[in-house]
Structure formats: C-alpha cells, structure tokens
Design a protein around this ligand. Sequence first.
Ligand code: SIN
Ligand code: FE2
Length: 229
Amino acid sequence: MNAVNAVMQRRPYRPTGDLFDGADPGASEVLADGAWVLRGYAAAHAPVLLAEIAAIAAAAAPRHLIVPGGKRMSVAMTNCGALGWVSDTRGYRYEPCDPQSGKPWPAMPASLLSLAREAADAAGYAGFAPDASLCNFYQPGARMSLHRDHDEGDLAAPIVSISLGLPATFLWGGLARADRARRLRLVHGDVVVWGGASRLVHHGVAPLAEGEHPLSGRWRYNLTFRKAR
Ligand code: SIN
Ligand code: FE2
C-alpha cells in the first residue's frame, strides 16, 4: 500500500497484557503502510506518565528551541533517555547532555520504555529499544510544521508517539514535503506508531485549539520515542 495515498482502514488488533485496562482495545487504525494509530492505548497509564513528565521537566526544563533558520519553536521541548534531540542555529542533532545544564538528560523511566516497547510490538515492530524520547509541551496556539524524523541513526526502528492532555490535529503527509497531509484528531491516550515504508513520512501538528483537560489543564504533552543511535 502506498504510504502517501493510503486510505484509512479500520482493523482490529489483538491486545495482550494489562496495558489495555481502561483503554478501548478494539479501536486501532491503519494510517498507512507500516503506520498505526492505537486509540486510547496509553490512557490507563496517564497518571504515571504525567508524573514522569513532571519529573523529567523538573530535571531538564522544557525550552523553546531555535531552528537553524533562526525562528523560535512554539512547542517547548525537553528529552529523556541516553540521547536528546536539540536544535539551534547550527542545525538539528542528538546530544547526550542537555546543552542548558551540561548534564546528561534524565534517564528514560522504565514505565515509559515498557509502554513504548509494547505499543511498537502491538503495531508489529518487535524488540523496539528506544534510546531517546523527545517530550513536547504544547499550549493553545503551539504547532509543529510538517517535518520528517530523519536525524536518527537507525531508520529501521519505528517512531512511537504518545499523546496526552488536550486533543490535537495531527497532520499526516507523504514521503514528499509537498504531498497533501491528512488531518487526524489525536486525543488523550492515543498512540501513533510509524515505521517501515512510513518511517520517513512528513508529519506535524496544527495549532492547538484552546481547551481545558481534566488531567493536564491547558496543555498537550507528546512523548516521541526513537532509536537515535
Ligand atoms: C513530533 O513529531 O515530534 C511530535 C508529534 C506530536 O506532537 O504529535
Ligand atoms: Fe516528528
């Protein structure tokens, strides 16, 4: 199936283990060849995930990075794991230490790692071993323009992306920057996994709408797991 023109299909997947308690395990969607939306997959884990996000933010404060062109990103970012994604006027790259503090990024919490692994497994990517998790903090108005995740050393590994808090409109484009992007609503607990033929698909997030979420207030959090090395 062509990743660019794939039609959204609904297909059940077989949940395993207790990760699915409280979620809606029937609702998964094939987004494209190698790409899945696992609806509500992380919802039952939200309290733990939110506590871990708060701890990561306390150790490595989210900041608005500057892109090579000089603009400041509207999304605030931090990282956990052996490597963290950073951007400045010199370019995009992974760094073992937080440039803001000079200290290693906070370790990837076991709860996050196991959830990311399970989600990858559920989408058909067994043995996912991420060494980087980019933590994105969106407030209303924040957006992420269409881009590809291509700074990783291991493009055979998928990307696992967990959404928490306020809903967002995810933009799912194609392998070419100019390909028309589909708009997909992602809500609290949804997990998107993309790899294989979809690994280098362009994606982004439309400006976050104003809202109030019972667990996160005026925030959307997104954790994106990668195998950077
Ligand atoms: C990203 O591409 O790093 C973030 C995607 C999202 O916030 O859903
Ligand atoms: Fe991305």
